[in-house]
Design a protein. Structure first.
Lengths: 413, 375
């Protein structure tokens, strides 16, 4: 057991530190440091442009998608080197937000299932951020029940013709490509009739409509497909094997463990360290200390759990479903943390936006937090995954499991 | 970075598990639980023969000279087996206090006896209600004799010697406290066993009446030594708690697979599945925090006080959570004396208090985090 860098790791760290020191967009560092869940915009610049420029700069110097093979735009780095990079990148890592889906899920799926020529042409611009990707899985009829999706793909010559609707697609409005899970055979049970493709989001018949979220912001979209044509060579995996392909995508999402989930704890600790309550400094109040300590050990527990996973990964072990705990713990925690920060503000906690405490940082966090407990698998799905795949408890009773998809009863559709 | 135990250490853990599975079944734990013996003497002897009691004691003092990481993996198995022996008092508290502050003669006298299983030791710190704090120590030491009452003292009734925290000044500062070493068999003490939450680990009241004692460490250094001992013990106890959490979770999981109600395994109901998933989450967070504590302990890192507090809080919560929900999964049967669930419930709640309660460790954690942030 050793927390310190090996000589090689120390060398990598100093290399990374020097390069970041010389090249990062420092004019935004303070603002990025203060950004948090629900508030990730820059005041005087478009964060998407700043993020793309930083990503391109990293790619040109060989610092993008560290763990990807060099041929596809990466660096071929080890899992631990990736963690070191993230530690050194610090607040600038927040600029990677718009690339998480592409780099964490679409890229690895392409690597596993796309043709070699497609990998060589599509992956490097994905790594460099010149092209942004999204993932088109969820549908109005298939949220937690992803395999219940209804978007149809029908073969027509060498093309597939897509009709249907996706929902909750992060970043579809600025994406160039997407991976798309469709139903190609409604006459077989639901998991068996799915097929995966990738497509150009500028294809005729693709329409993106932003969703106005409960928080007021729009990070997600509905995407409509009307007779969209996708050539068969853009199919990922076999016809009817889309469910297995999507599991690869989801497994890779879990291995994007180093990315780290936001708990809100550092923000709350910093806030309480300077906050004065009626009776004195918040940090000296018994009740505040107790709350902080309880959240502190959750945050550190998650941090060290991901370090254990990275140690296992670097010994060649596969990332397992154990990593589902990160989002499960962090999701409800950040919601509770935001609620508590507002409680400490008393009546003025109700004021959000620029006139609020810390320019409404915790108010924005509170309003964005419910989404974190739903996106990428609800808390309930995460608990099912842990119960079934880690603890070996029986699966839920699935009455539609062996029924042909088009015979599954629906209501109102 | 490598955030895992080595293959040798994992092998030691397997060896300890195998040994304890054979020698420390719930049936043998129940002999002590039912009050038929104060502790499991055979098991204690066996632990000495296996070299587990002295695993972190240097070879020159009769130990195996391995280290704290090795002790952590053994601690985990002791917690898992709910072992009814004075392991934590003797090995985490008394031996660690001697290692930190003992003179060469004191180490030579007691450490080999601990490693060989001949001597049981403990720390006499508490005096009734309250958490570890200099102001709570009233027992006095003057001219080499102690006067006062310590309560509760873990394993006090079966201990051969005790490290005793005593007041040697009245300035109101930490320097008022000094530590002493007392041979409990030499007279001047009165020991009374106390009923307690966890009968598999005794608690006692010890009255010192003009009891002869020798200083352990320099005068006025007692509090500083004590906090170091408590930090080390917090990490080691956290591993016991992690082992106990895992076992309680397994018991609940196994019962949920076995028990049929409403025509289904009860483990197929989401209410039960999700309860067990949440237990797994607590146990995992506790394990990860404890690993960091183990690293800090084994390297004597500057981070040790913070790491120890985090491990302590996380592991205490996890063990309490897993032990209570294990009973819930078992339903009515879990609330019988006959089923083993209550042994873990008792141990979890007793351990939550033994080194000071959660509020003490929450304060420790926040104080150390503040210091680090200010630096």
């Amino acid at each position: 057991m050793n927390f310190d860098d090996t000589p090689q790791e120390a060398e990598f760290r100093s290399l990374a530190r020097a390069w970041i020191g010389a090249n990062a967009p420092k004019q935004y560092e303070e603002e990025l440091r203060k950004s948090s869940l629900g508030r990730t915009q820059l005041k005087n610049a478009n964060i998407l442009e700043v993020a793309k420029a930083w990503q391109k700069k990293k790619a040109d110097a060989g610092w993008a998608c560290l763990h990807w093979p060099k041929d596809y735009g990466g660096r071929g780095a080890s899992p631990i080197e990736r963690v070191i990079w993230q530690q050194e990148e610090g607040a600038f890592g927040k600029l990677s937000g718009m690339f998480i889906i592409g780099h964490g899920m679409c890229g690895p799926t392409m690597m596993a299932f796309a043709r070699e020529e497609h990998k060589r042409s599509y992956l490097p611009p994905l790594a460099s951020g010149e092209k942004v990707w999204c993932q088109l899985f969820s549908e109005p009829a298939g949220g937690s029940d992803v395999a219940g999706l209804r978007t149809r793909a029908e073969k027509d010559g060498d093309d597939w013709v897509i009709n249907g609707q996706k929902i909750w697609t992060s970043g579809a409005h600025y994406s160039d490509y997407g991976i798309l899970l469709t139903r190609t055979d409604p006459t077989v049970p639901k998991h068996k009739g799915l097929t995966m493709f990738f497509l150009d989001m500028k294809s005729p018949g693709v329409e993106v409509r932003p969703i106005k979220q409960a928080s007021g912001a729009s990070d997600f979209n509905e995407v409509y497909f009307s007779n969209v044509r996708i050539p068969d060579h853009q199919r990922l995996g076999e016809v009817g094997d889309g469910w297995n392909v999507s599991l690869t995508t989801l497994m890779n999402e879990r291995s994007a463990i180093g990315a780290g989930v936001s708990t809100g704890f550092p923000e709350l600790f910093e806030y309480c360290s300077s906050l004065m309550l009626d009776d004195g400094p918040a940090i000296e109040d018994r009740a505040v200390r107790s709350k902080l300590a309880n959240w502190a050990v959750k945050a550190s527990g998650l941090r060290y759990t991901s370090m254990r996973a990275i140690s296992a990964l670097s010994k060649g072990e596969r990332p397992g479903p154990e990593n589902s705990i990160g989002k499960l713990v962090a999701g409800s925690m950040i919601q509770d943390v935001a609620t508590y920060a507002l409680d400490l503000q008393g009546a003025s906690g109700v004021v959000s936006g620029e006139d609020g405490e810390l320019a409404g940082r915790f108010q924005a966090m509170l309003l964005r937090a419910p989404g974190t407990r739903v996106e990428g698998g609800t808390d309930e799905i995460m608990r099912n995954i842990i119960a079934e795949r880690v603890l070996g408890l029986p699966g839920d009773i699935r009455v539609d499991k062996d029924v042909p998809f088009n015979k599954i009863p629906t209501k109102g559709r | 970075m490598n955030f895992d135990f080595s293959d040798d250490q994992k092998q030691l853990r397997d060896q300890a598990r195998k040994f304890l599975t054979e020698k420390c079944s719930p049936k043998t734990v129940r002999v002590v639980l039912d009050g038929k013996a104060p502790y499991d003497k055979e098991l204690w002897k066996g632990l000495a023969e296996m070299g587990f009691l002295g695993v972190a004691i240097p070879e020159e003092f009769g130990g195996a000279g391995a280290g704290h990481l090795e002790l952590c993996v053994i601690a985990e198995e002791m917690g898992r087996a709910n072992a009814p022996v004075p392991f934590s008092s003797t090995v985490y508290l008394a031996a660690e206090a001697l290692l930190i502050a003992g003179s060469d003669a004191q180490k030579k006298k007691w450490l080999p006896a601990i490693a060989s299983g001949e001597a049981i030791g403990t720390l006499a710190l508490f005096e009734g209600k309250g958490n570890p704090a200099p102001k709570n120590i009233k027992l006095t030491a003057a001219n080499g004799v102690l006067n006062g009452v310590k309560k509760p003292v873990a394993d006090g009734a079966i201990s051969d010697f005790a490290v005793v925290a005593a007041r040697t000044g009245s300035s109101g500062r930490d320097g008022d406290i000094s530590l002493f070493l007392v041979d409990l068999k030499a007279g001047g003490v009165e020991v009374k066993s106390l009923t307690n939450l966890d009968p598999t680990r005794g608690q006692a009241e010890i009255t010192f009446k003009d009891c002869k004692a020798e200083p352990l460490g320099a005068a006025g250094e007692g509090w500083s030594i004590l906090t170091q001992v408590l930090d080390r013990a917090a990490v080691l106890c956290a591993f016991e708690q992690v082992g106990g959490s895992d076992r309680a979770l397994e018991m609940g999981r196994d019962y949920a697979l076995d028990r049929i109600a409403f025509g289904r395994q009860i483990g197929s109901f989401q209410a039960v599945k999700h309860m067990l998933a949440d237990m797994y989450v607590s146990a995992t967070l506790a394990r990860s925090n404890s690993y960091y504590g183990a690293w800090a302990l084994s390297t004597n890192a500057a981070d040790l006080p913070e790491a120890a507090a985090a491990a302590r809080i996380s592991a205490t919560q996890a063990f309490q959570h897993c032990a209570k929900n294990n009973i819930q999964v078992h339903g009515g049967m879990g609330f019988t004396w006959e089923f083993d669930c209550h042994m873990y419930y008792r141990r979890a709640n007793a351990m939550a208090l033994g080194l000071g309660s959660l509020s003490y460790w929450e304060d420790q954690l926040i104080d150390h985090m503040r210091k680090k942030n200010a630096a």
